[in-house]
Design a protein around this ligand. Structure first.
Ligand code: HEC
Ligand code: HEC
Length: 299
């Protein structure tokens, strides 16, 4: 540490220290600007509106929210946290191709995706995501653009997305995951996974399954994505404490519960499973004698 500090001072340190310092600097995640740096003009007003939508999505874009979640529940620290799909890293790589819908996606297309699936737009007052050109997209985009101030354009940045988690030798198991959940998650998310509200009815800890959660079409409904998110971000305040095995098992436990239907489903669960659910999803599988994917009531 002392050698590192000498290097930081610039003069006096040998070349090794300087090289180490440079390496450490380029290793550090990008820092979005401080909140105090939001300008006091029209741009600043839009940035604040975008941030408000991101933090309190139901209050500020409630027409398009069909569950009890907010953007910030899965993109932590107002979309700033590395390893929780931060918005500064997303901003600089769109438009971009996505295999999920087989086309080049603009940022608006991508946001439409999170509203459709993660926010369960089908259950909202408007019955879907914000329409093309909605101010909700504009305000969110200007907020992301501001977060990305000074970021290199078009580069996959360190801290982007959720870091992938390697599969383990023994695979994942919801029954083992139930124990992990009880010991590490239930205190906040509730023994029944339905989260907790304060006395005013505001969500304090978000639900993990059931009608208030993300739907079957969401990225988080895939065990690999949930495992990666959980390992890097949960238990809140104790990130990376779970072993990889625990993260996979508890992700399998959560994602083998019923949740709002996949909005892409027009025919049977079986047909939708074939069309859209290859890979690590319990959709269309039968567990403990129950077919998963039929949806929660009301949506
Ligand atoms: C239930 C969790 C969840 C919620 C709620 C959620 N998202 Fe996402 N979001 C995801 C997942 C999962 C991904 C894919 C992450 C990855 O690629 O590793 C994602 C990806 C994104 C991306 C692209 C990131 C990238 O690096 O390409 C954007 C932009 C985004 N979300 C915005 C939003 C906005 C805005 C909201 C609120 C309207 C929202 N999300 C709500 C889970 C969620
Ligand atoms: C100390 C309380 C706490 C603990 C313990 C905790 N979480 Fe969370 N979790 C939160 C909060 C709060 C959020 C929303 C984060 C935000 O909005 O900043 C969250 C968000 C989530 C999300 C994404 C949003 C959603 O509802 O789908 C998942 C998935 C999740 N937690 C899973 C877990 C798992 C699995 C565990 C146990 C390994 C766990 N959490 C332990 C507090 C906690």
């Amino acid at each position: 540490m002392a050698a590192f500090e000498t290097g930081l001072l610039g003069d006096g340190g040998d070349d090794t220290n300087r090289r180490e310092t440079a390496a450490k600097q380029s290793d550090a995640a990008f820092q979005p600007p401080a909140l105090g740096a939001i300008p006091d003009d029209e741009n600043g007003a839009a940035i604040r509106r975008g941030m408000a939508i991101f933090l309190n999505t139901k209050t500020n874009a409630g027409d398009f929210v069909g569950n009890d979640l907010a953007c910030v529940n899965c993109h932590l620290d107002a979309g700033r946290k590395p390893g929780s799909a931060p918005m500064w890293a997303a901003w600089v790589v769109y438009p971009k191709y996505r295999s999920k819908n087989g086309k080049i996606n603009t940022m608006e297309d991508r946001l439409k995706g999170c509203f459709t699936y993660s926010m369960n737009g089908q259950g909202s007052p408007s019955g879907g995501p914000p329409p093309v050109g909605s101010d909700v997209y504009r305000d969110l985009e200007i907020y992301f653009r501001w977060l990305a101030t000074g970021a290199p354009t078009g580069e996959k940045m360190k801290g982007a997305g959720y870091p992938k988690l390697k599969k383990t030798d023994i695979g994942y198991d919801p029954a083992r995951g139930a124990k992990v959940f009880e010991q590490n998650c239930a205190s906040c998310h509730g023994a029944d996974g339905q989260g907790q509200r304060d006395i005013n009815g505001r969500i304090v800890f978000p639900p993990l399954w059931g009608s208030g959660s993300y739907n079957w079409g969401a990225g988080m409904a895939r065990v690999n994505t949930a495992a990666a998110f959980i390992k890097e971000n949960m238990p809140l305040g104790q990130e990376n404490r779970l072993t990889d095995q625990q993260a996979w098992d508890v992700a399998a436990f959560i994602d083998s519960h019923e949740r709002p239907r996949d909005p892409r489903q027009t025919g049977s669960v079986e047909a939708t499973a074939k069309a859209h659910h290859g890979g690590e999803s319990y959709y269309g599988k039968t567990l403990n004698g129950r077919l998963l994917g039929t949806g929660t009531s009301g949506s």
